[in-house]
Design a protein around this ligand. Structure first.
Ligand code: PLP
Length: 378
């Protein structure tokens, strides 16, 4: 069969079913289309309960969730915030938006997440917060990070945008640090179209986030605003979609794990492929099925991606390191032993995200695997 006659396989696509249609329809019919309504309360309560924290605060997207958390914790000009060099730009941009300075720490070869040794070397008297990123669904060892951060009064904000339902020692991402930040963009593990959430056990911090996301209006006196703030609210319509998705999140995660199993099995004998990290006591939720190409593989990562594309299969390169961005190139970069972030650079150059959507069947994965084997040949 000619490759072109086969359907295109995207990297990700949301699963939207009857439950989503029913909840969103109900929300539209109710007339509660803005940021007040029963689905907002239900979604926040259900999400807090799922993550295992006292408070969940819904916001308009995962980027403003990060900004709101940093701002609410008092991060600002003169402060430094340590963040992995290998992440999506929003993690670094929101630090800059507060006026603070991002410091890029290298990631570990084994976990693709923040290297504790690099973090310890990056800390200064000005370090105010650390933002671990649970890259592609694998949770950072936040307990180890908190053990060095807490005694110094440094706050830990988890960027859990890619890790809904991931766990370390049975504790969910978003409940591991001082506050957790989630995204519900259309390609994430669950979606609200656009949307985000903050999770925390700190009642005072949650209250402050609620106040700041709604124009800083006094809870006692309407139209009385006591400080500069934002409109970062989520709508009841988005929350209706989100609640329906949350009720199926464990099914989505089980499917991701099954898809990962199919890939590993189909490509088990192929040398030079490193798959998503695994660790005992940790649940990886495989937001992306990721593969890092070893040095023995001839074609470049971009060549492999182009060959897959020619066969109707989409893929994505790993993120570009933050320190490689023109507007961030002056930032300090810290590795586990010296300056610079060599592990981040190598993963970024050789990493490829394969089709990972929950709609994939075993036959789709078999097709991707066969195409990948061809694409890897010199
Ligand atoms: C998706 C993502 C974000 C941003 O979320 P949006 O909802 O798209 O604003 C932040 N950090 C990471 C690591 C992400 O993957």
């Amino acid at each position: 069969m000619a490759a072109s006659s086969e359907p295109f396989i995207p990297v990700a696509a949301p699963i939207i079913g009857e439950r989503e249609i029913a909840y969103v329809t109900d929300a539209v019919r109710s007339g509660w289309v803005s940021s007040i309504g029963p689905y907002i309360d239900r979604f926040e309560e259900a999400f807090a309960s799922y993550i295992g924290v006292k408070n969940a605060v819904a916001v308009s997207n995962g980027t403003v969730a990060l900004h709101l958390a940093l701002h609410a914790m008092g991060v600002g000009p003169g402060d430094e915030v340590i963040v992995p060099d290998l992440t999506f730009a929003a993690t670094a941009h929101t630090i800059l938006q507060t006026g603070a300075t991002p410091v890029f720490a290298d990631v570990e070869a084994a976990s693709w997440c923040l290297d504790l040794a690099a973090v310890e070397r990056a800390m200064t008297a000005r370090t105010r917060a650390i933002v671990p990123v649970h890259l592609f669904g694998f949770p950072t060892d936040v307990p180890a990070l908190s053990a060095v951060a807490r005694p110094r009064g440094i706050r830990v904000l988890e960027d859990a945008a890619e890790a809904h339902g991931a766990t370390v020692g049975g504790v969910k991402a978003g409940a591991l640090g001082d506050i957790g930040s989630f995204s519900f963009y259309g390609n994430k593990l669950m979606t609200t179209g656009e949307g985000g959430m903050l999770t925390t056990d700190d009642d005072a911090l949650a209250r402050r986030c609620r106040f700041l996301k709604d124009h800083g209006m006094s809870p006692e006196r309407r139209y009385f605003h006591t400080e500069l703030a934002f409109n970062y609210r989520m709508t009841n319509l988005q929350a209706a979609l989100g609640l329906a998705q949350l009720e199926q999140l464990e099914t989505f995660i089980a499917k991701k794990r099954q898809i990962m199993g199919w890939y590993r099995e189909a490509l088990a004998g192929v040398p030079g492929l490193t798959w998503n990290p695994e660790a005992s006591g940790v649940r990886n939720v495989y937001w992306m099925i990721s593969v890092v190409l070893g040095d023995e593989i001839g074609p470049t990562r971009d060549e492999v991606g182009a060959r897959l594309k020619a066969r109707g299969i989409d893929s994505r390169p790993f993120f570009v390191p933050m320190s490689a961005m023109p507007h961030l190139s002056g930032a300090r970069t810290v590795g586990a032993v010296g300056e610079g972030c060599p592990v981040s650079a190598r993963l970024s150059a050789r990493g490829l995200n394969l089709p990972s959507g929950c709609g994939l069947g075993s036959e789709d994965v078999a097709r991707v695997a066969a195409a990948l084997i061809e694409a890897l040949s010199p």
